[in-house]
Each structure stands twice: as structure tokens, then as C-alpha cells.
Design a protein around this ligand. Structure first.
Ligand SMILES: Cc1ncc(COP(=O)(O)O)c(C=O)c1O
Length: 445
């Protein structure tokens, strides 16, 4: 397309200016940062990211599913600029401003289900998880938590106790929160309960009762089950229909709270405002963050009124619900509701079909799954054994970067395709064509 000046590589990345930043960063930033590849951004626009050396990339990862409205969306930027010009802070835990009340009202009304909700605003997804852990304990006066293998809920000591993504996220930090139990997620491609069966039998959910509750844990000690309606860091795993419904029923049998972590899957990414709406299940607590502020740090814990029992002063946050971030979130929701969410559904179908076509062509792809613009492509060494191929994913991501496509892995050996929700068909096709070339070369090389 003549009017698109990306992808465009002028100097093999990292170019000299990027290298200078990488070296400076390496000298002074904490060792714990992962740094996927040496992208040093200078600016962005829509689905295009430009690095400091003038290389332009097509972004298929949205800054880890955050740049929901793309880079520099004029409606969001204007809202941020106007809010910043008014006041940067007053502390929403203690004082009032319209943006906070407006955002809480809007999120409460957007959340699935007919029951009245209340909203607590946070700086991040982790802080939302942390709040939910505290509230679940407080509201139920129970202590145990159930989460899923492969889950990612954050990295603070409480949230990371629920996370079960990579061992190094726990190593050296113990003891973590006691009484956290990890059970199997509905990961159809790697399910040990019903892999051999023609259809999912929800064995992962029934085993919670038949195994965990029967042998190890009194269900009446369980405060909450935390679950991602689509597992994000775990590999963009889409559970079969019925999974959330079964979990809801299980929770209702024992008075357990059901917490949906929609930090990654929420705010239109799956083609609905929240992924749980695809199954029509209402949680007790819903967590969101990432795409909510288009990159400004804001998250939310949306709670059924009947669960929001804690006493005044029991919880709070100095920066949570910062006025500039509230403005960004309100503007983001405008963009999402006025077209980006519908676009995510439409382009998501195109992306999924395109990824399936790649699977038909490349036998190193073992599974493709997706809902909206959350598409997972799982690579294997051998389709029969399903042995993961993490090195191949790594090579593909590196090659794509060198050619001007930003990708990101997830799980053991999957790629997550998660572009900004404003991507169009031309860029979906161009990105997939680039991915095709990278897979071919990575396998040959
Ligand atoms: C599902 C989910 N929950 C929680 C988090 C933590 O959010 P944050 O990094 O904003 O603290 C993430 C981040 O990747 C996530 O994907």
C-alpha cells in the first residue's frame, strides 16, 4: 500500500541509537527486567511503532496487549492533555473528582450481569488482583484460593502466589501466600483429562470436586477461584464453551467467590467488552487493566455490590484512579465502544482464519486458537508428540523484529497475536504474510 510507510527497516535493528540506549539501560536498570528484544521506541501512530533509528514496525503485540486504541489515538491523547492541564493529582481514595466517579459508574454499568456493581480503581493489573485477594478473604472470612496452572495474575507477593506461569517468578521469594491450590486449566490441546476424547468433558472442573475437594481441601475454606476467561501469558488458551459456566456452578454450590481476571482479555480485545460475555457468565469480581487506559496506568476491580462489604478505610491507593488515567480510560472506552471492539471481532476472524491457513502450510504449528484479537499459535517439534518448540518461537520473534514485525511469545511455545484493536484487514494480511516468511526461514535456518 502506497500510503503505508511501515514496515520499513532503514538500519538492521538495533541501530546505533538503539544500541546506545540498550547499553545505558543495561548498566543502570534492575537485572530483573526481561527485555524481549532490543526495540527502542521513539514514537508510534496507529499500529505503527517507530524506533529511535527510524525503523518502522507493524505491531502485532500492542505493548503486551495494552495499546488497545493504537499509538497516539487523537481522542485519547486529547483527553490526557486536557486532564493534565487541569490537575495531575488529588488522591481519589480521599477526595473527589468527576473523572473517577464517571469511570467507576461506566465500568460498573459495562460489567456483565444485571447485579449492581461497585468499582475500585488501581494502578495495574497486579494491584487489582491483590485487592481481590484481600476482598475475597474479607467478604468470605475464608483463606484458601484456587487458581489455574499456567495462570498469570501479577507479581506482588499475593498475586504471584496465584500466578503459575514460570518457576523463576516464584524462585527465592517464598514462603508465598499459604493455601493457594493450582488446578488444571481447560487447555484442550494439552488436556490430561479428556485429550483422547472427541469433545471436552470438563474433566478439569469435575476434578476440583472429585480430587481436590475430596482429598485435600474443604470447599468451605475456599474464598475464591481466580480464573482468566482466556489464559493470556499461559499461551492464549481459549477454554471450551461451558468452562466458565461449570466454574460458576461449582462456586455457587460452596459459597466460593468467582473472580475473572480480564486484565489481558478485557476492554474489547475479544470482540466483546469482557471475554466472559461470550459465555454469559457473571463473576463476583472482575479485574481489568492493560487496555483500559491505552497505555496510561490504570486498572479496576469491579465488584458485585453484595460482595463489596469491606469497611471504610479497609483498602485504598494513593495513585489508583489518577485523574489523567481516568480521562485516558474514559476516552479509550469511547473508542472501544464506538467501533474498535466491533473491529476486533471482525479482524479477529480474519486473523484466526489466516493463522489457520499458516497451520495448514507449516507442520511446526500444532494448534491455532483465538477469539477476537487474541490469537494463539502454538509451535511443536512434532505434531504427533506435541513436543513444544520454544527455540523455534524465539527464532521467529527475532526474525520478525529484524524485518519490521513486532511479535511476542506466550506459554511454553506459542505466539500471541494481539495487535491494537484498530488494526485493519490490510495490516492483518501483511503481518500474517510476514509471519509466514519468518516461519519458513526459521525452519530452514
Ligand atoms: C491476566 C493478567 N493478570 C494480571 C496481570 C498483571 O498486570 P500488571 O502487569 O498490570 O500488573 C497481567 C499482566 O500481564 C495479566 O495478563
Amino acid at each position: 500500500m502506497a500510503d503505508r510507510d511501515y514496515p520499513h527497516i532503514v538500519v538492521p535493528p538495533p541501530g546505533p541509537k538503539a544500541m546506545a540506549i540498550v547499553e545505558r539501560d543495561a548498566a543502570w536498570t534492575s537485572h530483573c527486567y526481561i527485555k524481549e528484544y532490543p526495540l527502542a521506541i521513539a514514537r508510534g501512530s496507529g499500529v505503527m511503532v517507530e524506533d529511535i533509528d527510524g525503523n518502522r514496525y507493524l505491531d502485532f503485540m500492542a505493548g503486551i496487549a495494552v495499546a488497545s486504541t493504537g499509538y497516539g489515538h487523537p481522542h485519547v491523547v486529547k483527553a490526557v492533555q486536557e486532564a493534565a492541564g487541569q490537575f495531575l493529582h488529588i488522591c481519589g481514595s480521599d477526595f473527589y473528582y468527576e473523572g473517577m466517579a464517571a469511570l467507576c459508574e461506566r465500568l460498573a454499568k459495562l460489567a456483565p450481569g444485571a447485579t449492581k456493581k461497585r468499582v475500585f480503581l488501581t494502578n495495574s493489573g497486579t494491584e487489582a488482583t491483590e485487592g481481590a485477594i484481600k476482598l475475597a478473604r474479607y467478604a468470605t472470612r475464608r483463606t484458601a484460593m484456587i487458581a489455574f496452572k499456567g495462570a498469570f495474575h501479577g507479581r506482588s507477593t499475593g498475586a504471584v502466589s496465584l500466578t503459575s506461569s514460570k518457576a523463576r517468578q516464584h524462585a527465592g521469594f517464598g514462603p508465598l501466600l499459604p493455601d493457594v491450590h493450582h488446578v488444571d486449566y481447560a487447555y484442550r490441546y494439552r488436556c490430561r483429562h479428556c485429550a483422547e476424547k472427541p469433545a471436552c468433558t470438563m474433566g478439569c472442573v469435575t476434578s476440583i470436586e472429585q480430587d481436590l475437594f475430596a482429598r485435600h481441601l474443604d470447599p468451605h475454606d475456599v474464598a475464591a477461584i481466580f480464573v482468566e476467561p482466556v489464559q493470556g501469558e499461559g499461551g492464549y488458551v481459549i477454554p471450551p464453551p461451558g468452562f466458565l459456566t461449570e466454574l460458576r456452578a461449582l462456586c455457587d454450590r460452596y459459597g466460593i467467590l468467582l473472580v475473572f481476571d480480564e486484565v489481558q482479555s478485557g476492554i474489547g480485545r475479544t470482540g466483546k467488552m469482557f471475554a466472559c460475555e461470550h459465555e454469559g457468565v457473571e463473576p463476583d469480581i472482575l479485574l481489568t487493566a492493560k487496555g483500559l487506559g491505552s497505555g496510561m496506568p490504570i486498572g479496576a476491580m469491579i465488584v458485585r455490590e453484595t460482595i463489596d462489604k469491606w469497611q471504610n478505610g479497609a483498602h485504598g491507593s494513593t495513585f489508583g484512579g489518577n485523574p489523567v488515567c481516568c480521562a485516558a480510560a474514559l476516552a479509550t472506552l469511547d473508542v472501544v465502544e464506538q467501533g474498535a471492539m466491533a473491529n476486533a471481532a471482525q479482524q479477529g476472524e480474519r486473523m484466526l482464519a489466516g493463522a489457520k491457513a499458516l497451520m495448514a502450510k507449516h507442520d511446526c504449528i500444532g494448534d491455532v486458537r483465538g477469539v477476537g484479537l487474541m490469537v494463539g499459535v502454538e509451535f511443536v517439534k512434532d505434531r504427533a508428540t506435541r513436543e513444544p518448540a520454544p527455540e523455534l518461537v524465539h527464532r521467529i520473534v527475532e526474525l520478525a523484529f529484524s524485518r519490521g514485525l513486532l511479535l511476542l511469545g506466550a506459554g511454553k511455545s506459542s505466539l500471541r497475536l494481539a495487535p491494537p484493536l484498530v488494526i485493519d484487514a490490510v495490516d492483518v494480511d501483511r503481518g500474517l504474510a510476514m509471519l509466514d516468511g519468518c516461519i519458513g526461514e526459521a525452519r530452514g535456518g
